[in-house]
Design a protein around this ligand. Sequence first.
Ligand code: MIG
Length: 627
Amino acid sequence: MVKRYAYSPLIDTGAVVRELPVSAGSPAPFTLENERFTLKMDETTRVYGLGETVRGVNKRGWIYESWCTDETFHSEEKRSLYGAHNFILVSGEVTFGAFFDLPGRITFDLGYTDSDLICITPERFSLDLYLITGDSLKDIVAQFRRLIGKSYLPPRWAFGFGQSRWGYVKEEDIRRCIDAYQKAHIPLDMLYLDIDYMDSFKDFTVNTERFPDLKAFAAEMKERGIRLIPIIDAAVKQEEGYPIYEEGRQKRYFCQDRDGRDFVVGVWPGKSLLPDFLNPEAARWFGSRYKALTDLGIEGFWNDMNEPALFYSEQGLHNAFSELKELDGKNLDIWSYFRTRNLMVNLQNSDEDYKLFYHQTPRGRFSHYDLHNLYGYHMTKSAYDALCELRDEPSLLFSRASYIGAHRYGGIWTGDNHTWWSHILLSLQQMPGLNMCGFLFSGSDIGGFAGNCTRDLLIRWMSFAVFTPLMRNHSAAGTRSQEAFAFGDTEVFRHIIELRYRLIPYLYGEFVKAVEDDAMFFRPLVFDYEEDAIAATVEDQLMVGDSLMIAPIYRQNADARHVYLPEAMTQVRMHQVDISTEELNKGWHYISVPLGDVVFFSRKPFPLAKAAENTAALDWDDVAYIG
Ligand code: MIG
C-alpha cells in the first residue's frame, strides 16, 4: 500500500507517474517534529536504498545528503555524489519504504548523529512523502517502482562491451583502439568519444581537423560492428556566430539571473550558458539539436556535467580576482594564505552560484538552488524525447547526474571513481540501491577513472563488470592506458569479455523482465532470502536476475574468498575457454579464484551462448543451459 503525504510541495518533480490522494494525519512510523522525520531503530534495523552513494548496501551508520555534485573523490567521508535518489527501505521492527519527493537538498542521517535514530531533514520543508508497506522487501520495491514508472530499456547492442578514454583525441586514436581490439579478437560493440571530438568543446559540433568525415568514419566502424557514442555536455559555449548559442540567447532558452541576463558560468568551453532544461520549450529545442549527430549515423550518447558542474561563475570569478588584487603584495599570514588559496578552489559548484540563476518552469520562475536536483534529470529527458523523434530504433543514453524519474529515460554511470580495489566493491554495493530507484541500466568506469590501473585490478574489475548491464572501460586523460590490450597479454581479457557475450541472452532477458515486472536486476541476498539471518549481513555478493549469484574478488593479491550460499547452488567456473560446474551445499565456502578465472553461482539453469566478437554476430538462440 502506498500513502501520500503532501507538505506544500514546491513543484511536481515528475518522479511519480500515478496520482494518489493525499492522506491526512501523521506519517507513521515516522514522527514529524520541527520539520524533521525521525524514527527509532532497534539493533536489527537495516536501511537500504539511496541509489548512488558511498559506503555499503546497508546504509545505516552514516549521513547522506541528496545534492547532485560533481564529486571527484568517492571516499567514505563524502555525503553526496552525482545523483539524488531519495528512496529508503527500512527493514526492522517495522518494514516500509519511503520516498521523499522534492527538488532541493535533503539529509538522511541514518544513525550518524545518534546511532539509534533515523533523522531525515529536507532543507526546505516542501515535499511529497510516499510511504509504502508490503509483503516483502521485493514487494515494497515493486510498488515503489510502479509509482515512478517503467525503467529505460536500452537497445540490445548496448549490452555489448564498450571502450572509452578521455584522451582519444582524433580519428586515428579511435581507429587504433578498434584495430587493436579486433586484431586480438576481443569482443567490442561501442567506442566512446569524449569531449575532444568537439570543436572547442561546443556541443553538437565536430572538430573536422581531428575527424575530417565523422559520418563516413561512423559508417565504416558500424560495418565493423562498432558504434561510436559521443559525449554531450550540459553547458553551451558563449561564442558569437555559434548557432546553438545564438538561438538559445535569442529565444531566452538559457538560465538567467534575477534581472533577466543570461547567467554566465565557466566550464570546459570557457564562458558558457546553461540550457534551461526545466523550461519544456528550451528542453525541446536543445534535444532537437542532437540531430546534428544522429544525421551522421550516431545511435547513442552519454550526457555529462549536468549536476550542473560549474568551474566558476563570471560573477564569482570577478569577486575572487578583486580580492586577490587586494592581497597582492601583502605579507600573508597562514590564515590569509589559506583564504587566498581557497578563493579559487571554492569557486567550483558553489551554492552561492546556484542561488543566482533561475528556471522558467510551467509553474513559474524558480531559483536553480530550489530545483537543483532536477537539472540532470531534465537534460536526460530532453535527449530521450528528442531521440525518440529523431530515430526509429531505441537509442543508447546515459547520464551522470540524475533524480528519480530520469530512470524512465536513460541509464546512469557512476562517475569519476578511482583505480582502487575498494571501488570494485563500491560499484557492487551501489547497484542494488540504484535498481531500487529504477536505474537498471548502470555500471561504473571499469578499471577506475582516475589514477593508474594495473593488470590484476582490471582483470578483477572486469570479472565483476561482466554482470553489469552497462559494461564500459573508461579512464581519465593522462592516466596509464587500461584497454584490454594495454597490458601486453590479451588472452585473459578476451576470455572474460567473451564470457560477457556468452551471458548476454541471460542478462538481457533478465533485464527486460526486471523492467516489465518493476523488479531489481541486482539484489542483496536478503531480498531473496528474508528469513536467512546470515544473508542479511552479506555485503559483497549479489543476486543477478533470477538464476545467478555473484561473489567477485575485490582485494589485491587475493586468489580466494569466502562465499555464502543461502541454498545449495551450482558453482560455475570459467577457466580460459572452459566452463565447469560443481554442486555446492548451502552455507559458507572458501572458494579459490585464481586471477583470470571467473566464478559465479546458479540456483536455476541459465542460458549460455557461443562467444561472438560483437552483438550483431551473437547467436541468441544457440544457447546451452548450464546449472
Ligand atoms: O571534468 O569529459 O565524469 O567521464 O571523461 C571532467 C571529460 C569532465 C567528467 C566525466 C568523465 C569524462 C570527463 N568529464
